[in-house]
Design a protein around this ligand. Structure first.
Ligand code: ADP
Ligand code: MG
Ligand code: MG
Length: 868
């Protein structure tokens, strides 16, 4: 018989798939002897069975639940519906933690009768009524789906009527009255009395948790995070312990390390005389966990010990929920804590240094996508000092964000679609705000602490967030907010500094962030495992030095065409194109030569002895010519030529399908003088750099778009001859000459091509375009459609098409090595910056991968991870 229900004592942490994350960890904590209130878990399988049985709990599951309840009653010596009364929480818990996505009901089991009994036994009728009041509210909201604001307004009205500030001031009489009103509300909304049978309450709650698996916000969360809809949720039924019983009781949440910075200090908040999520709800301001040391040293010690024990046990930073009942400490949840990228790095390095985890595991378990977040923007220090500071909140998630104010998720989304930079401002966020958070550069909330929904979700997204900014007065319906006398309306610009929690008026430029020692350490460890060298696609000295800063071991692709667009160069380039004789072209090329040589020299100096792979001119010449009448006129003036003359050349060079026109090596074969000039610039630049700096640069010369070995053979001869002439004493050693592999035919005849190539570089942008027959510049529209129709589940220009393009690559590698055993092979397409594609590239056994500078750290890390 299927086992659908597990007592906490029966499970363990490896059973997440069955018990959900929360259930598995409650079981684990129980079994390692920590103080966890007793309870049981109904499995995810039971949830899926419930859906299969058309939203009904079948008799097999029901009898196992009943049995578990009886066992629990014996275990804790309380009784459901009897005295002393057993109260439980009914808690959801999916396999992958989905914070705030599912609903939890506390104090279940109370009714009109036993609420008195509970009051008498605990000596506090106030407490007992407070529990009942909370229970009716949560149950009615989650199970009966009565909107929360109905209850809130009853509560608020009562307090206002008697001028009370907080819930704690409510007297027994107030609570009695509130409960009566709540029950009337339930009767009015549902036509039925509030459920009095604890068992019925429990079953209704279990079903509600099952059903909540399919509520909208849960579905959205799963979609965003690519979590399968099929997993289902487990349900935990657990004896209540009471943080609201007395002033010696309380509840709190805690990270074992600082989740923003990774610093090794307990990081959390708690509230005395409070229950459940009072801490994160932002209604009362919680206290930092360290104050508990004064308030209750014994409990604090136990908390510190438990935190340490859990962190060691799980070998990871933990996010813990706890409750104190009359001075006794209970753990209610633990899980691996979410953290900012910076914290993730520090924690990984600290754990390795402390011997808690091994290097290889630190690398393997690190989320490579977080590497990107480390390159997060920050505000320029000087600009920051000069900016008008409006107020300060809690620095909930690091980074810097600037943009226009929007007060709800919908407007934020819309503004983003219109291309605006968005800052989402909310009283506090809830799961319904997630799409708005995704659309914004940063999030600002008036309420909530460092562990509020906004804080947790923003940190996960790597997005800047300031929470608990209590000076903010927000009028959502009027779309304004006030800070003191200052009123800001929708669309006004503000800036958030997530490191300090400060809010500034207006727009502020951001700069890229600095990189920590720990980051450098982690990257160095990952490099140890890497079999792929990571190089950069960099066309300018600026990009080259940035790439080197990010750890590029050379340049895998230097495109020369961009150099022709700067300043006056385009005029000389155009003169070259307009020349109708070889002699005329050579004169114009002579003018371009010094620019090219100086750029290359600067790049060689930066890259020192690392290889710099320069691709000779690739794009069709008309890309350098003017487009409209006006531009032609300007050019005519600049070159002192007739309008018609230029117009004619523009027409002559027009191509119907330029991507397959006169470009790449075809251009070099048509106008060899262009490639000659470029080769001369490369070699002389390298020689000059060598003489000026003393080291030997490593230029490599790459011929684009080869599909036939004779194209390469001829151009290789040309380049080799020039190199021999310019560097007769081989000061530069052997200058490698290679080719791009970007035409499918090149893959098929790679053995022949390899005879003339020192290296191959897969140009997977063109190779994808030509293999799939998808025009790079037009594919956006139909790729989106293909994804919607499920024909493709990714964009092949972002993620390598392993099945098609990958197969051609395999063929080219195998044949290439047959043709030239010492062939070096790399890739320089955009896909090289994608983690999954890099993993694949790693399996192909390539020597290097080259990508744009900002993607280098992630690529380096992913390469290390693939090798670890
Ligand atoms: P979530 O997944 O949204 O965090 P939980 O199931 O963890 O929901 O419940 C939220 C909070 O409710 C817990 O952090 C804890 O404070 C409180 N809670 C849940 N179960 C109990 C219990 N048995 N006794 C006391 N408090 C509980
Ligand atoms: Mg919750
Ligand atoms: Mg929880």
């Amino acid at each position: 018989m299927n086992k659908y229900v597990y007592n906490f004592a029966e499970g363990n942490k490896s059973m997440k798939k069955t018990l959900g994350g929360k259930g598995a960890n409650l079981a684990e904590m129980t079994n390692i002897g920590l103080s966890v209130p007793a309870g049981f878990t109904i499995t995810t399988e039971a949830c899926n069975q419930y859906f299969k049985d058309d939203n009904a709990i079948n008799s097999a599951i029901r009898s196992q639940i009943d049995e578990a309840v009886s066992q629990l009653e014996l275990q804790v010596e309380k009784s459901f519906g009897g005295s002393p009364c057993l109260l439980v929480s009914v808690r959801s818990g999916s396999v992958i933690s989905m914070p705030g996505m599912m609903d939890t009901i506390l104090n279940l089991g109370l009714n009109d009768e036993n609420v008195k009994d509970l009051g008498e036994r605990t000596g506090s009728m106030r407490f007992s009524l407070d529990c009942y009041r909370r229970f009716i509210q949560m149950y009615s909201n989650v199970v009966l789906e009565i909107p929360m604001y109905h209850f809130e307004s009853i509560l608020v009205d009562t307090k206002e009527r008697d001028g009370l500030q907080s819930d704690q001031e409510l007297s027994v009489d107030h609570l009695h009255a509130i409960i009566q009103e709540y029950k009337r509300l339930v009767l009015r909304e549902t036509g039925r009395q509030f459920e009095q049978s604890p068992k019925e309450q429990m079953y209704a709650a279990i079903e509600a948790v099952f059903r909540s698996w399919n509520n909208e916000r849960a579905k959205i969360y799963r979609r965003i995070n690519s979590i399968s809809d099929k997993l289902g949720t487990a349900v935990n039924v657990q004896m209540m312990v009471f943080g609201n019983l007395s002033d010696a009781s309380g509840t709190g949440v805690l990270f074992t390390r600082n989740p923003s910075t990774g610093e090794n200090v307990l990081y959390g908040e708690y509230l005395m005389n409070a229950q459940g999520e009072d801490v994160v709800a932002g209604i009362r301001t919680p206290k930092p966990i360290q104050s508990l040391q004064e308030q209750n040293p014994a409990v604090y010690d136990e908390l510190v010990d438990s935190a340490q024990l859990l962190e060691n046990h799980y070998s990871d930073m933990q996010d813990i929920e706890f409750t104190i009942e009359n001075g006794k400490f209970y753990l209610l949840q633990t899980r691996n804590g979410k953290r900012s990228a910076a914290a993730a790095v520090k924690i990984a390095v600290d754990f390795v240094n402390a011997g808690i985890i091994k290097k290889v595991d630190a690398i393997k378990n690190f989320d490579a996508n977080q590497i990107d977040q480390l390159l997060h923007p920050e505000f320029d220090k000087e600009k920051l000092a000069a900016a008008k500071e409006l107020t300060i909140g809690l620095p909930a998630s690091p980074g810097a964000a600037t943009g226009q104010l929007f007060f709800d998720a919908k407007s934020a989304e819309k503004a983003r679609e219109e291309g605006k930079q968005v800052i989402l401002v909310r009283m506090e966020t809830s799961p319904e705000d997630i799409s708005g958070m995704i659309s914004s550069n940063g999030v600002l909330t008036a309420r909530g602490g460092m562990t509020s929904h906004a804080a947790v979700v923003a940190r996960g997204m790597g997005k800047c967030c300031i929470s608990g900014c209590i000076d903010l007065e927000i009028e959502e319906e009027n779309r304004i907010m006030r800070i003191g006398d200052l009123e800001l309306k929708e669309g006004d610009f503000i800036s958030l500094d997530g490191r300090t929690g400060k809010v500034y008026l207006g727009q502020m430029e951001t700069t890229s962030s600095s990189i920590s020692e720990d980051f450098i350490q982690l990257m160095a460890w990952s490099d140890e495992f890497s079999k792929l060298t990571i190089m950069a696609n960099a066309d300018t000295p600026f990009d080259a030095s940035r790439a080197k800063g990010f750890g590029a071991k050379g340049i895998g692709l230097c495109r020369t065409e961009h150099m022709f667009f700067e300043g006056n160069r385009i005029t000389d380039m155009r003169e070259m194109i307009m020349a109708d004789t070889e002699k005329g072209r050579k004169i114009a090329l002579e003018k371009l030569y010094p620019y090219q040589k100086d750029d290359f020299k600067a790049i060689f100096k930066i890259m020192e002895t690392y290889p710099v792979n320069i691709r000779l001119l690739d794009p069709p010449l008309h890309e350098f010519l003017p487009k409209g009448k006006e531009e032609i006129q300007e050019m005519a003036k600049a070159l002192g030529m007739a309008f018609e003359q230029i117009e004619k050349v523009v027409e002559d060079l027009h191509e119907v399908n330029p991507m397959m026109g006169l470009r790449g090596c075809r251009l070099g074969l048509t106008y060899p003088e262009i490639y000659e000039m470029q080769t001369k610039a490369i070699i002389n630049a390298a020689l000059e750099a060598k003489r000026e700096e003393g080291f030997v640069p490593t230029p490599e010369i790459m011929i684009p778009l080869v599909g036939n070995e004779l194209e390469l053979a001829k151009l290789r001869t040309l380049v080799e001859r020039l190199v021999a002439e310019l560097d007769p004493d081989q000061e530069l050693g052997h200058v490698k000459i290679g080719t791009m592999i970007e035409v499918p035919r090149a893959c098929v005849v790679a053995d022949k091509i390899a005879e003339y190539a020192d290296y191959f570089s897969f140009g997977t942008n063109d190779l994808t375009q030509m293999t799939m027959g998808f025009s790079r510049d037009d594919a956006g529209v139909f790729i989106r459609r293909y994804r919607e129709k499920g024909i493709l589940d990714y964009d092949p220009f972002q993620k390598l098409d392993q099945e098609g393009v990958g197969a051609l690559m395999r063929m080219a590698i195998e044949k290439g090595k047959q043709g030239n055993a010492s062939l070096k092979i790399g890739i320089c397409g955009e896909q090289a910056g994608d983690t999954e594609s890099l993993r694949f590239i790693n399996t192909l056994g390539l020597d290097y991968a080259s990508c744009s500078p900002f993607r280098i750290p992630k690529a380096r890390f992913a390469a290390g991870q693939a090798g670890a």
